[in-house]
Design a protein around this ligand. Sequence first.
Ligand SMILES: Cc1ncc(COP(=O)(O)O)c(C=O)c1O
Length: 464
Amino acid sequence: MHVAMRVVRDSDVPLTSQIQRFIKSEVAAGVLHPGSRLPSSRSLADELGVSRSVVVEAYGQLVAEGYLEAVQGAGTRVVRHLGPEPVVPTLLDDGRVPDVRWDLRPGAPAFPHFPRRDWLTSYQRALQSADPADHDYPPPAGVPALRVELAHYLGRVCGVPGTPDQIMVVAGFAQTLGLLGAALPELGVDALGMENPGHPRQRRFVRECGLRPVPLPVDAEGIDVSALRASGVRAVLVTPAHQYPTGVTLSARRRAELAAWARETGGWIVEDDYDGGLWYERGTPRPLALRRLAPDHVVYAGTASKTLAPGLRLGWLAAPPAVLDPLLRARARHDLGTDSLAQLAFAEFLRSGLYDRHLRRLNSLCRDRRQVLEAAVRRHLPGAVVLGPAAGLHACIRLPPRTDEAALVAGALRRSVLVRGAAAFHARAGEGAPALVVGHAQLPRTGIEEAIAELGKVLGKVLG
Ligand SMILES: Cc1ncc(COP(=O)(O)O)c(C=O)c1O
């Protein structure tokens, strides 16, 4: 027990009560946590210079009052559940997640395909070849070896132009967005155009970063560039390869319009390539990065969250110097860089070709799940269509026009299927046609079939 625990011998308060009071107050103050182990009665008695029976009695009382529990073979500890568990709201989700049989939410946890062995091999190689300087604080833009590998990878796979010195390693796209919240105002930008529908928590995050989010409509060709021009904003965030959440790809015409808007107005485009590397549409190549069309105006941003794991907190960006410099200054005010060993491991993962191999496997698995999804939708959801190319970890399913989307989502939950309706992704209530946004890559084939069959049973009842 820590040094603050003292007993006063010539006090009116008995020694047992002193020990009890101390432990209770440390639990109440959040210093002793649920599940924390306490010293054995013998060692605490020795430390306090009291007889063991005093401590045994104090512990016994606290067990009786429900503060402590005696665990067979593991001594005494603070009880695990002192009252209800607090629900901590996070950036990632707005509340509790019901315990369901099938979780179809895009970005649902337990993504099971992390390449454990290959990552371990890369990490081991990186650790073995690291020299003492590699254990120092990394450069704010990232370790040079990773920036070189990223420049090669991004050019080869995504068609992103850029030298290693235009690349910055970050803690996922969330950090890119947070840093842009600091960097864009230095460039005279105070509002950010955002796709509608789009990522709902990103909208809130952008607002919290101090930028004004301006919703801009998305149609079958991607973001509406005329609406962007009309809005007067000087920066826009887009997901051109596979729009989030509709899944549509920004058409060649719109790409050209967007690049022309940026050049004519001196505007900035943030290209969120959140599922770059995941494209399995047969016969149609993934469009090359928007950054090719206007390298002086586009910040290209990628992440390992979809292809590897969000928990890695690993992302990257390629930016023109006018934006990169304020981004680096913002980063220096924020933290002292990304874990250098994880960066070196990722550099090795890229260099050795293990990432390419992982992507090949992952794309093949995703293609299989997408085919199962499309077949299940045809079978169980008459009139519904899976939109967009086969890409990424999720798909958008457009429902028959008269579907009561909210009733479908609620009915699905009663059948133990958790699914998000498109309404959750719109900036305003009542916008958009009925649709579902479904994460399919994390589910077994039978799970997709079963979950969509359950949705089918509800659909008949909720058509207006
Ligand atoms: C549209 C979009 N952008 C970016 C990300 C990735 O964010 P991060 O790299 O911070 O995990 C996600 C993840 O869900 C996403 O849906």
